[in-house]
Design a binder for this molecule. Structure first.
Ligand SMILES: [Zn+2]
Length: 211
């Protein structure tokens, strides 16, 4: 997979291509409405949920508007609203809520990956729809290391404590009392509440503390 270098500004002019062909067989449709950072409506097919990414929610049932939700929505709007997008599917056409799933392209720009790389979306891994998980995790690692968007140093959305901890530099997951965990400088710590959250984000267990 080629290296993907994209500007952080949401202007398509500066974005490089995916490095793989956008197939002429994928359906094209015009984006008529932005629902949030990872959900849109297109003219013929209706509501589309982006595969493999999760942006902060505009109205979370418990937390209300999550930090960066408005920004993620705005970025998505600037990227795709009114544009003709190509829709690539994975193994399942719809998720368990019945929403249609797709990878979205404007020209050759891969929108799902762009949102991850700029730190406006977190990777979510929902088998069997994992075609671009490796690529997305690679881009997310870059966003984490750069403390971009959701991963910024004082992230209001990320937990400040939890059952598991890692470093923005390592991608190794520890129990908080592991000597390796205690050696991580505080500003580099990333906390996870559950093992699922951590493994979905691509973190691997430490062989010393074996979380
Ligand atoms: Zn450890």
């Amino acid at each position: 997979m080629g290296v993907i270098l994209w500007l952080t500004a949401p202007s398509l002019a500066g974005l490089e291509s995916t490095g793989w062909p956008v197939s002429s067989h994928w359906p094209r449709d015009v984006v008529t409405r932005i629902i949030d950072g990872d959900t849109i409506e297109v003219a013929r097919l209706g509501k589309i949920r982006y595969i493999g990414v999760n942006t902060p929610e505009l109205s979370h049932p418990k937390r209300g508007m999550e930090p960066l939700a408005a920004e993620a929505c705005e970025i998505n709007k600037r990227l795709v609203l009114g544009k003709t997008v190509a829709l690539e599917c994975d193994v399942q056409l719809r998720d368990r809520y019945g929403r249609r799933l797709a990878y979205i392209y404007v020209g050759t720009v891969f929108i799902n990956a762009y949102l991850v790389e700029t730190g406006y979306a977190q990777v979510i891994t929902v088998p069997p729809n994992v075609k671009y998980t490796d690529l997305s995790l690679k881009l997310q690692r870059k966003a984490v290391q750069n403390r971009t968007g959701l991963w910024s140093e004082n992230p209001p959305l990320l937990p400040k404590s939890g059952a598991f901890v890692s470093s923005i530099k390592s991608y190794i997951l520890h129990k908080p009392d592991c000597p390796w965990a205690q050696a991580i400088i505080p500003s580099h710590r990333i906390w996870f509440k559950t093992m699922d959250d951590a493994t979905n984000a691509g973190y691997r267990p430490c062989k010393v503390c074996n979380p």
